[in-house]
Design a protein around this ligand. Sequence first.
Ligand SMILES: *[C@@H]1O[C@H](CO)[C@@H](O)[C@H](O)[C@H]1NC(C)=O
Ligand SMILES: *[C@@H]1O[C@H](CO)[C@@H](O)[C@H](O)[C@H]1NC(C)=O
Ligand SMILES: *[C@@H]1O[C@H](CO)[C@@H](O)[C@H](O)[C@H]1NC(C)=O
Ligand SMILES: *[C@@H]1O[C@H](CO)[C@@H](O)[C@H](O)[C@H]1NC(C)=O
Ligand SMILES: *[C@@H]1O[C@H](CO)[C@@H](O)[C@H](O)[C@H]1NC(C)=O
Ligand SMILES: *[C@@H]1O[C@H](CO)[C@@H](O)[C@H](O)[C@H]1NC(C)=O
Ligand SMILES: *[C@@H]1O[C@H](CO)[C@@H](O)[C@H](O)[C@H]1NC(C)=O
Ligand SMILES: *[C@@H]1O[C@H](CO)[C@@H](O)[C@H](O)[C@H]1NC(C)=O
Ligand SMILES: *[C@@H]1O[C@H](CO)[C@@H](O)[C@H](O)[C@H]1NC(C)=O
Ligand SMILES: *[C@@H]1O[C@H](CO)[C@@H](O)[C@H](O)[C@H]1NC(C)=O
Length: 624
Amino acid sequence: MRFLTTTSIALAFSLHGTNADFLGSAYPPPRDLSSPQSHVQAAWSNVSAIFDDYLHESLNTTATRGLLGIENVTWSAGLFSLHDPDAGQLQYHYVAPQIANAELGTHKVDGDSIYRAASVSKLITVFAGLLTLTEADWQRSLTDIIPEFAIDVTNPHAPSWDEITPRMLATQLSGLQSIGAIGDGLLQLEAVALATNTSLADLLVISGLPQLPSNVLGPCITIDCTVPDWVASAKNPSPVFLPATAPAYSNFGFLLLGLVISRITGKPYDVLYSDTIFASLNMTSSFANAPVSEPLLSLSVVAEPPGGNLSIGWSYPDNNPTIPSGGLLSTINDLSKLGLAILNSTLMSPMMTRAWMKPATHTASLSYSVGAPWEITRYIHPSSGKVTDVYTKLGDSGAYGGLLALIPEYDAGFSFLNAYYETPIGPQTRGASALRILDHILEALVPALESQARAEATRDYIGTYIPSSDAEGNSTIVISAPNASAPGLVVQSWISNSTDMLASYFPGAPLRLQLAIPNQTPGAATSEVTFQATQFKQWKTYAAADVGPMTGFYDSDLGWLAYDGDRYGGEGLRTFRFEIDAEGCAVDVTNAGTRSTLKREERSGGDGYRRSAGRYILEGLRNV
Ligand SMILES: *[C@@H]1O[C@H](CO)[C@@H](O)[C@H](O)[C@H]1NC(C)=O
Ligand SMILES: *[C@@H]1O[C@H](CO)[C@@H](O)[C@H](O)[C@H]1NC(C)=O
Ligand SMILES: *[C@@H]1O[C@H](CO)[C@@H](O)[C@H](O)[C@H]1NC(C)=O
Ligand SMILES: *[C@@H]1O[C@H](CO)[C@@H](O)[C@H](O)[C@H]1NC(C)=O
Ligand SMILES: *[C@@H]1O[C@H](CO)[C@@H](O)[C@H](O)[C@H]1NC(C)=O
Ligand SMILES: *[C@@H]1O[C@H](CO)[C@@H](O)[C@H](O)[C@H]1NC(C)=O
Ligand SMILES: *[C@@H]1O[C@H](CO)[C@@H](O)[C@H](O)[C@H]1NC(C)=O
Ligand SMILES: *[C@@H]1O[C@H](CO)[C@@H](O)[C@H](O)[C@H]1NC(C)=O
Ligand SMILES: *[C@@H]1O[C@H](CO)[C@@H](O)[C@H](O)[C@H]1NC(C)=O
Ligand SMILES: *[C@@H]1O[C@H](CO)[C@@H](O)[C@H](O)[C@H]1NC(C)=O
């Protein structure tokens, strides 16, 4: 019944490695992140204690590694989960001296403090596009949407505007320049000349740069230029790559994507974001234009140089062209609402959400991929080598930064915002400090979510499943706890009408169950959870499997190739469908191939779990 030879399977088993099998989790998403029993709550309190040790006790320990410098950054971080509303209470806030003594805005921070979200804005821009553009719009050429790009293009190296589409802008595959005229070195040198009372000509000579005509950048050289001027300045500068060559992070591309969405919808930015997202999701503290008056100013984290001038760094001209790339403002509570709404498919279909949360391209690193505009961190669990994809969008610009992180396989994530003004001349430490804070959070959180998912699956599914009538014959299935180094509940024993199915069909390595169709995913059946059984190992790379690049096609991740190899009468012998009760506990299991339904044996005491308040509680759950 197998299409692969026993030799290739034997080879797969002969190697030692880790198991992760299909992309995604082996278990249903965890439902308890916040109770005192939860591994996630324990991990959050651990990492909070590490931050406390460094920030409030000035301790330098092995655990506080990498945190040097974060004391100057004001920040807020908080978890969220589709299945545990109280996860939103797991937050950490720190106010650095700069904000504690700020001339304007708040002097303390909490979940409702308003920060600039920097490039987290790009994610919100794509979301706004997904909610307003048609599938066909994403594939239109830019010259079709913005006809000005088809005329007066004089540079022979100018971008192929008729080949670039909104989708390429969203997936960072346009090949266009990174920032555009507003960030040009010529303007910076002009500013230096002015500030130092030097002539620009003299400055250029010592800079090794030629004199250029004053109009070389076109008519748009300030953040508040008009759209026609912006387009005129944007159309000629050469791209870096041809379209659809390599991912390259283009802020300029997102200015353009915002313009595209605004043109198609006919809405200015403040109306666009409010109409499509902020109002629908009750993100009452999120804005396209910075609040500059009370009561909102008092909730705002205004990281500013002395002088109390709101137009430096905090407030930009209304509806200016940089908003879609990096101009939105929000709170971690609002970003968590956004994260939950994406995971829950509140504003789009579950199918669209699943399709959106996929990579669009690799990067040159094996650990990071890029979506639209997801920055996908491929987290590697140190204990098992399993890979968990964390869908993020980072922000890091000027005095502000942030992150929205979604982990679809756990239906959970976290939001993060930070602020610290540093003078332009001198080291810029805020961005690097923010990443080190995030390293600590991810390294605590992701393994804890996995442990919690494993513990809940063990509690909810293990046991002996027996016939409910004589018609089933001599049949039993025993599901046992996962092996810590191999994710997945284990089919310990499987008798089908007196035949030992493991010996007959699945000899050798343990038969492990991998989550295939969760009930908790919106749109799926509400009372069934379907697993696919696998025996294959998986490694994070072919090199980790100690095989060659093509041998690795089979031997580093056989699960995705050799799945579903045993259908009988049209249904899979590897398909195990559990019916679950309202508490998420298994009631019975049906093997799709044998068509046999076996009910979970009720037990009390003695075997590790008991019925308690309508729910199986595994004794010693936290040790699982
Ligand atoms: C929390 O920290 C304690 C002490 O370092 C450690 O034993 C425990 O495993 C940690 N728990 C989690 C969930 O990280
Ligand atoms: C802790 O001390 C070591 C050397 O003693 C230093 O390299 C490291 O930067 C310090 N870490 C912090 C967080 O201060
Ligand atoms: C933090 O700020 C203080 C005061 O401005 C400064 O002396 C110190 O060097 C800063 N620390 C880091 C790591 O940047
Ligand atoms: C997710 O959506 C369902 C309806 O599909 C709703 O009942 C539930 O409250 C939502 N959960 C969250 C956290 O938004
Ligand atoms: C700027 O430099 C010029 C000569 O290069 C000098 O005459 C003028 O006083 C300077 N202005 C200021 C404000 O220093
Ligand atoms: C909207 O959000 C505000 C503040 O975050 C909250 O007080 C209010 O209850 C929310 N409204 C709804 C309908 O959820
Ligand atoms: C505030 O800063 C802006 C931009 O640098 C400048 O144009 C304006 O004159 C400043 N206003 C005050 C009151 O200093
Ligand atoms: C079980 O096997 C017996 C023969 O031993 C057969 O009569 C019966 O139909 C089988 N039951 C099922 C459910 O296949
Ligand atoms: C756990 O899995 C590993 C790898 O498959 C295996 O070597 C080990 O024997 C298993 N341990 C148990 C207790 O089953
Ligand atoms: C059920 O089948 C198993 C496996 O063939 C066998 O060991 C056991 O004796 C059978 N039990 C009964 C009651 O027939």
